[in-house]
Design a binder for this molecule. Structure first.
Ligand SMILES: Cc1cc2nc3c(=O)[nH]c(=O)nc-3n(C[C@H](O)[C@H](O)[C@H](O)COP(=O)(O)OP(=O)(O)OC[C@H]3O[C@@H](n4cnc5c(N)ncnc54)[C@H](O)[C@@H]3O)c2cc1C
Length: 616
């Protein structure tokens, strides 16, 4: 089970080089993966990605832990605008700045990662001469929530949502011939058991009620669950409409399951990690209203019924997720990186990373550059960043902070205390996305599934990543060849932590402390035990593993149980994003909403704020 991937397995193609086994994670991170033309090409790197080794240690040591800054070398470069963070918000800010102030304005974008896109990253695998794409972070476009600003940018980038929809036959593991599935593992439940046709969180047609006998749990827990699913009542019937709303928003979902649903600890635990992917949180952190809204069961106890159509989630998606949006933005800013690319070819077009940081271009993107200090000065902004273990300083006229907000107080110590407190408040929700390339989807097909919830495991769900034939990519859902399996979720903090923020920090620490071998052992063991009965061999059939850790994941969206209902203008994100001299603040955090469209809107706002007279 724990057999490691051999060099032979790895030597499939030039693109798939380092899984990091047999070499230390830092050596794996340092290894430069080369594209077909021998230029550095980060999307093909495997092993620990997302917050990869080398991307966060500088910020932790110098910014967070207060290590004295090394003396910076002053650079003789001058920019109109420096942007901290090459995520979608930072890239969009560069686009809006050029649009507003002219295409010749010199812009530098700094990011601590070895690839651009922030959360919107792609994982590439190359097997048998074929490109296999997987999502490394940000998944999809919730286009029905787009504002005019966002729709206009999508149009500029040539993104046609109806066409994306037409080219997509993918439903997050819900398309298996036997429907959805729950996989109970022997380590947690004493026996490996796949139950098909039902889900823990889904439309009425997937209710687990007819399948409870197959669940490897105690008779008591089964009896409780049966009664819970069967009951049709309104336990809040005595309450006024206001009291009802109050109850649903101030009561924890797990308390509701216990007190109104009659579920004991064992039965409740089934739902413990069910919201890891959608929220990045333990289900116990959600109110009744939030959990029901996320599709968890219980509407039948408050006199309501779930509708099948609530589960139609018709997103726009590329095979590498919103990395395609980041790539389209970068190409617009630096056309020579991929001349002539369009939204119809974006997923399969090579990007020439050597074009990213060239002084002759109006926009330069400098990777592996961690900003550790930003100071507003008279008519300018002075920045210090780390690159290759050395510190460099430069001056620009203006700065957009498009990084996540909780790091900003450490980088901009001269901000007003209230603004820094508001930024510190915005702790993000951790997410984990591990892509495993397997030799064939055949074992999934044989079992009649294309994904499963895994309530006992580190990742709470997994699904096959195929059927997204957008951006010029072709990988049909019945393609018999190699295919990525995406393990999706967050990481539970240790039990017994009460404080919500402490839970998030503990989960984040755990995510960074687990080694590549830990993650590898986990996904090998799950795939072997789940698919083994259908002829799968982890030793033979796993071709590559890429673990995308996002300890600073979803933006802190306000929660019923933990956040106040602030008056307009007084919420932490509204205080955190206030302009400070020549510095403005973007990022999805600035909208307290973990979406790509928010990241874009906040970029537009942050740039528009430069229209107002400078505060200095
Ligand atoms: C796994 C995952 C799945 C998601 N799925 C979806 C989805 O399906 N749909 C959706 O709309 N949204 C999704 N999101 C939310 C996602 O956060 C946003 O959509 C969007 O990508 C955020 O962009 P951003 O530019 O605001 O932030 P980020 O992508 O976080 O970019 C900020 C960048 O700043 C960098 N930075 C931080 N500190 C420094 C420093 N000191 N110096 C230099 N650089 C720094 C960061 O490392 C990062 O690269 C998902 C997020 C994650 C993590």
């Amino acid at each position: 089970m724990t057999t490691k991937i051999t060099r032979r397995d790895l030597l499939q193609d030039a693109g798939l080089i380092s899984l990091g086994l047999g070499i230390t994670p830092s050596a794996a991170a340092a290894a430069t993966t080369l594209g077909a033309d021998h230029k550095p090409y980060p999307p093909t790197r495997t092993g620990l990605r997302g917050s990869h080794p080398g991307s966060f240690e500088g910020a932790h040591a110098y910014a967070r832990d207060g290590l004295p800054h090394p003396k910076p070398q002053s650079l003789d470069e001058s920019f109109d605008l420096v942007i901290v963070g090459a995520g979608i918000s930072g890239l969009a800010a560069a686009y809006y700045y050029q649009k507003r102030f002219g295409p010749d304005r010199k812009i530098l974008i700094l990011d601590n990662h070895d690839d651009f896109g922030g959360h919107a990253k792609r994982n590439e695998f190359h097997q048998g001469g074929r490109l296999q794409l997987a999502i490394g972070g940000t998944h999809n476009l919730e286009y029905w929530q787009f504002s005019e600003t966002v729709s206009a940018l999508m149009q500029t980038l040539g993104i046609n949502i109806p066409k994306l929809r037409q080219q997509t036959d993918f439903n997050y593991g819900r398309n298996g011939a036997k429907g959805q599935a729950i996989w109970f593992d022997a380590e947690t439940y004493g026996v490996n058991q796949l139950v098909t046709g039902c889900s823990l969180k889904g439309p009425p047609s997937t209710s687990p009620l007819p399948y409870l006998d197959q669940f490897p749990i105690s008779t008591t827990a089964k009896t409780q669950l049966r009664a819970f699913y069967q009951r049709q009542t309104d336990v809040l019937a005595d309450l006024s409409s206001a009291e009802r709303g109050d109850y649903l928003h101030t009561t924890g979902y797990f308390d509701f399951l216990e007190s109104k649903g009659g579920l004991g600890t064992e039965a409740r635990q089934l739902f413990k990690t069910a919201c890891h992917g959608s929220w990045g949180l333990e289900t116990e952190c959600l109110s009744v209203a939030e959990a029901l809204d996320d599709g968890l069961p219980g509407l039948n106890l408050i006199g309501e019924a779930a509708a099948e159509s609530d589960w139609d989630y018709p997103v726009g998606i590329f095979p590498d997720g919103n990395a395609s949006i980041a790539r389209l933005l970068v190409q617009r800013l630096i056309p020579s990186i991929a001349p002539g690319v369009t939204a119809d070819t974006i997923a399969t077009t090579d990007f020439d990373y050597s074009q990213l940081d060239r002084p002759q271009n109006a926009v330069q993107i400098r990777l592996q550059s961690t900003v550790i200090n930003v100071e507003h000065q008279e008519g300018a902004v002075r920045l210090t960043y780390l690159f290759g273990g050395k510190a460099f300083a430069l001056t620009a006229k203006r700065c957009v902070m498009a990084c996540y907000h909780s790091v900003i107080p450490y980088i901009c110590p001269t901000l007003p205390a209230a603004q820094k407190a508001a930024q510190r408040y915005q702790v993000k929700y951790p997410l984990l996305l591990t892509n495993v390339l397997i030799r064939s989807r055949a074992p999934f097909t044989q079992l009649g599934i294309d994904g499963a919830a895994c309530p006992g495991r580190l990742h709470s769900a997994l699904f096959l990543m195929n059927g997204v034939e957008t951006g010029g990519y072709a990988q049909a859902s019945d393609d018999p060849g190699p295919v990525p399996v995406t393990f999706w979720g967050s990481l539970s903090p240790p039990d017994g932590i009460e404080n919500f923020w402490d839970k998030l920090r503990a989960s984040r620490t755990r995510m960074l402390n687990l080694t590549l071998e830990d993650y590898e052992r986990e996904v090998r063991s799950v795939l072997q035990d789940l698919l083994g009965p259908a002829g799968f061999s982890a030793k033979r059939d796993i071709l590559a593993i890429t673990v995308n850790r996002w300890p600073h994941g979803y933006s802190h969206e306000y929660l019923d149980l933990w956040d106040e209902d602030w008056p307009k203008g007084e919420a932490p994100h509204e205080i955190a994003r206030q302009r400070f001299g020549n510095i403005t603040f973007a990022n999805a955090d600035a909208g307290a909403s973990a979406y790509t469209h928010t990241a874009i809107e906040e970029a537009a706002r942050a740039v528009a704020e430069f229209d107002a007279p400078s505060l200095d």
